[in-house]
Design a protein around this ligand. Structure first.
Ligand code: AP5
Length: 224
C-alpha cells in the first residue's frame, strides 16, 4: 500500500491538494478535520468533545484522534491513502507508524506544503467550504464557477467557524510547534520533502506529484 502524509500549517493547502494527489495515486483521502467536523455536525459525543478544542483553535487530545483516525485507516482502501491533517503531533506520528507496522506497512512519503504564516491568515479569511462535503474554495484565489455554490455537488458554500481571525491566530500559535516536531520526525526518517505552497494551486500540485514520483520510500519495506 502507499501511504502519503500531507503536512502543512493551517491554511497551507492540504485540503486543496489532497484530492488531486488521491486522484493521481488512485487512493482515498482520510482527512482528520473533515472527520471531526462531521462528528461535530452530527452532535455525537466525540463531536461535542472535539468542538470544545476546535472552537478554541486547539488540537483535539492525542488519545481521541489516534483512536478514531486509525479506525478509519484500517477500514480504508487496501491500496493506501493520503492522510490530510494526521499526524499532527510526535505521539500521533509514532502511533501511526506502530499501526502500519502491524501489517508490514509504513509511511512512504511525507510532503510538507510550506507557506509563511503571514500569508495564511488572509487565505483563511477568504476560504469557503461546501456544506455537504467540505470541498475547498477561496473567493480571492480559487472561486467557484457559480458564486456561493460548490462546483462539484452544488451545495451551499459556507465559512468555517474556526476561520475567524482570532481563532486562526490561536491555531497558528498552538499547532505550528507540534507540526514542526512531526516534520523533524519524518526528516529524521529520510522521507520528508518540502514544496513551496505560495505558488499557484496547479504548480503546487505538480511539485507534489514530482516528489511522489522520485522514488522516495519505494526502496524497502514489506507490504508495498
Ligand atoms: P483541519 O480541518 O485539518 O484544519 P487545518 O490543518 O487547520 O487545515 P485547514 O483545513 O485550515 O487548511 P488546509 O491546509 O487544508 O488548507 P486549504 O486547502 O483549506 O483541522 C481542523 C481542526 O481539527 C484543528 O484545528 C484541530 O482542532 C482539529 N484536528 C484536526 N486534525 C487533528 C489531529 N490530527 N490532532 C488533533 N486535532 C486535530 O486552503 C486554505 C485556503 O487557501 C483555501 O481557501 C484555498 O482555496 C486556498 N489555497 C490553497 N492553496 C492555495 C494556493 N496555492 N494559492 C492560493 N490560495 C490557495
Amino acid at each position: 500500500m502507499t501511504v502519503v502524509v500531507l503536512l502543512g500549517a493551517p491554511g497551507a493547502g492540504k485540503g486543496t491538494q489532497a484530492p488531486l494527489l488521491a486522484e493521481h495515486l488512485g487512493v482515498p483521502v482520510l482527512a482528520s478535520g473533515d472527520l471531526l467536523r462531521a462528528a461535530v455536525a452530527a452532535g455525537t459525543p466525540l463531536g461535542r468533545e472535539a468542538d470544545r478544542y476546535m472552537s478554541r483553535g486547539q488540537l483535539v487530545p492525542d488519545e481521541t484522534i489516534v483512536r478514531i483516525f486509525l479506525d478509519q485507516l484500517r477500514a480504508a482502501d487496501a491500496k493506501g491513502a493520503i492522510l490530510d491533517g494526521f499526524p499532527r503531533t510526535h505521539a500521533q506520528a509514532e502511533a501511526l507508524d506502530r499501526a502500519l507496522a502491524e501489517h508490514g506497512d509504513r509511511v512512504d512519503h511525507a510532503l510538507y506544503i510550506a507557506v509563511p504564516l503571514e500569508d495564511l491568515v488572509s487565505r483563511m479569511a477568504s476560504r469557503r467550504i461546501c456544506a455537504a462535503n467540505g470541498h475547498v474554495y477561496n473567493v480571492a484565489t480559487n472561486p467557484p464557477q457559480r458564486p456561493g455554490l460548490c462546483d462539484i455537488d452544488g451545495s451551499e458554500l459556507i465559512q468555517r467557524p474556526d476561520d475567524a481571525e482570532a481563532t486562526v491566530r490561536a491555531r497558528m500559535a498552538q499547532q505550528v510547534p507540534p507540526l514542526e516536531e512531526v516534520a523533524d520526525y519524518y526528516r529524521a526518517a529520510g522521507i520528508l520533502r518540502t514544496v513551496d505552497g505560495r505558488q499557484p494551486i496547479d504548480e503546487v500540485s505538480q511539485a507534489l506529484i514530482a516528489e511522489l514520483s522520485d522514488g522516495v520510500g519505494s526502496a524497502t519495506g514489506g507490504g508495498h
